[in-house]
Design a protein around this ligand. Structure first.
Ligand code: URA
Length: 239
């Protein structure tokens, strides 16, 4: 959702200030109703905005699945000039990531210009399973992994039940590969969960997001989500 005056200005019709004036003067309708309040929020994909009797063209909603490489910011720009996730996707639409992966985390990230869709998926009630593959320092036993599964007390509260599976361990190097599936999306959650049980993460990759995976993609590559995948994600969000 974006502020109405911003949406009008971005459509290239007029400046932000003139857009505000048009709103105050009652020359703007949203879904058939005249709106005179500045700051009214609209969804550019779904709301019908009419200015001086002329409808603004709606942005075509687009949905991408990116295999985010390590060393990339989950953002649309970076003041330090580092690479951002949108650098990898060719589109004229103003897309942004749905949630985020840490700079050092690789893996599956969705991007869209559909604000309503992004909000649905980022809502805490949307409990989609996210599976991470973590390379960690040390070799946890089943009991340690059980702690991850039952919930770990972090400084922002106890984590919800999760699934943890040892994929392999290297006794010589003293490292392990663990698959962890969670449905929350707190900041640096996986890294903090492993830190809490004393096994710091060396490398982290998000391998699955619900029914979506990275098959057929290398780091830095992306694909367009199929309409039935978008539909299925929407349906998951209401169950
Ligand atoms: N958990 C983390 O610690 N980092 C991520 O990027 C995603 C989940």
């Amino acid at each position: 959702m974006e502020r109405l005056q911003k949406v009008i200005a971005q459509a290239g019709i007029t400046s932000r200030r003139k857009a505000e004036q048009l709103i105050i003067e009652g020359k703007v309708q949203v879904n058939g109703k005249t709106v005179t309040e500045l700051g009214t929020k609209v969804d550019t994909n779904h709301d019908e905005v009419v200015v001086n009797g002329v409808p603004l063209e709606k942005e075509e909603p687009v949905y991408f699945l990116l295999y985010k490489p390590q060393g990339v910011i989950s953002s649309v720009d970076d003041d330090k000039g580092r690479k951002v996730v949108t650098d990898f996707i060719e589109t004229d639409q103003r897309i942004y990531p749905i949630g985020r992966l840490d700079y050092d985390t690789s893996g599956l990230l969705l991007l869209t210009n559909d604000g309503e869709f992004a909000n649905l998926l980022m809502h805490p009630k949307f409990k989609i399973q996210k599976t991470y593959i973590a390379k960690i320092e040390g070799i946890p036993d089943r009991q340690a992994l059980k702690k991850l599964e039952k919930g770990i007390k972090l400084d922002d509260g106890k984590t919800a039940p999760a699934k943890a599976k040892m994929i392999k361990s290297d006794r010589k190097k003293g490292t392990s590969i663990i698959e962890l599936t969670i449905h929350e999306g707190r900041n640096r959650q996986v890294r903090r969960m492993f830190d809490a049980i004393g096994f710091p993460v060396m490398k982290l990759k998000r391998e699955r997001y619900g029914f979506l995976n990275l098959h057929g993609l290398n780091a830095g590559e992306y694909r367009v989500l199929k309409p039935h995948e978008v539909k299925q994600l929407r349906e998951l969000s209401v169950t």
